[in-house]
Design a protein around this ligand. Sequence first.
Ligand SMILES: NC(=O)c1ccc[n+]([C@@H]2O[C@H](COP(=O)([O-])OP(=O)(O)OC[C@H]3O[C@@H](n4cnc5c(N)ncnc54)[C@H](O)[C@@H]3O)[C@@H](O)[C@H]2O)c1
Length: 336
Amino acid sequence: MSKILITGGAGFIGSNFVRMLLLGSDHQLVNLDALTYAGNLENLADVERHPRYVFVRGDIADAAAMAKVFAEHRPEVVVHFAAESHVDRSVLDASAFVRTNLQGTQVLLDQSRAQQVRRFVHVSTDEVYGSLGAWGYFTEQTPIQPNSPYSASKAGSDLLVRAAVHTHHLDCVTTRCSNNYGPFQFPEKLIPLMIANALEGKKLPVYGDGKNVRDWIHVADHCEGIKKAMEHGAAGEVYNFGGDAERENLTVVKEILRLLGKGEDLIHYVKDRPGHDRRYAMDSSKARALLGWTPRHTFESGLRQTVEWYVANRAWWQRVRSGEYQAYYERLYGGR
Ligand SMILES: NC(=O)c1ccc[n+]([C@@H]2O[C@H](COP(=O)([O-])OP(=O)(O)OC[C@H]3O[C@@H](n4cnc5c(N)ncnc54)[C@H](O)[C@@H]3O)[C@@H](O)[C@H]2O)c1
């Protein structure tokens, strides 16, 4: 059993990871999250009273606050999810991305070193590699060539982690994953946005010609990969994770409409995102060979389950859309 500090555990992937570890391991967990617009403690309502779980509200870029959190909780392992994560928001204003993704990561590395954390797992993205043409895959050797302010800030954080390994011999492992989908994803990202809009009979905005390709992975498969990297990864190494499910955005949107029994007339093409990367595809053979990881979900079954989850949990995403979820923290922790 280890004491694990999970940053960003109230977000989409972090909350899935917290639940997986609470229900499937004996680790003690500290969930550290600033509860930005993307943090939602309702994601963890079913496990929030678990005896091996505590929530701490805090900003990873606040060095003094982090020094207190690390001194009080003395984590042995850090799994770092907290980030500003939406490309479109970074196009409008990159300042929060620089602060959280760069400065915040450095603060956590400094504290991990000061408190002799045994292992630091840095959760990163395929977007640091830039864009692919029609062929080929990203491997861990692919040069870092980020194209958006989001991916540039994540690439910078990967390099800060690399520097902590080489300069300070901090034991760090970096994971880079392709596009996730699944339960509890904030309905500003492609799949939940399209499902929620279709359920409300609203237009489905598709960027450009809809032919941008992403390699989709179910969040549970990503979380399993992070757990394996935490347990078996080698210090200083990077591991890629992908779902072997390359799909054009338009194909994904049409499949969602088909699953919901809605017509394609809801599709509405909008001006392309500036700098929109054309294609991502991951080569995960290193993680498969060295970590014994394989994704369990096919895209077809994972998407069907996800659509069913959003249909069954309409109240969850409607509360996110209305902003009501932000009152949950006050009700739960009032004043703390
Ligand atoms: N979603 C994807 O498809 C994907 C793919 C690969 C990698 N990633 C990476 O995985 C991680 C989690 O992604 P996600 O989709 O769950 O993001 P998310 O936006 O759903 O969650 C981010 C969480 O971080 C918290 N946070 C933001 N700024 C903070 C700060 N300054 N201090 C403390 N907490 C803060 C938010 O409150 C939120 O709970 C990110 O690092 C992201 O780059 C995401």
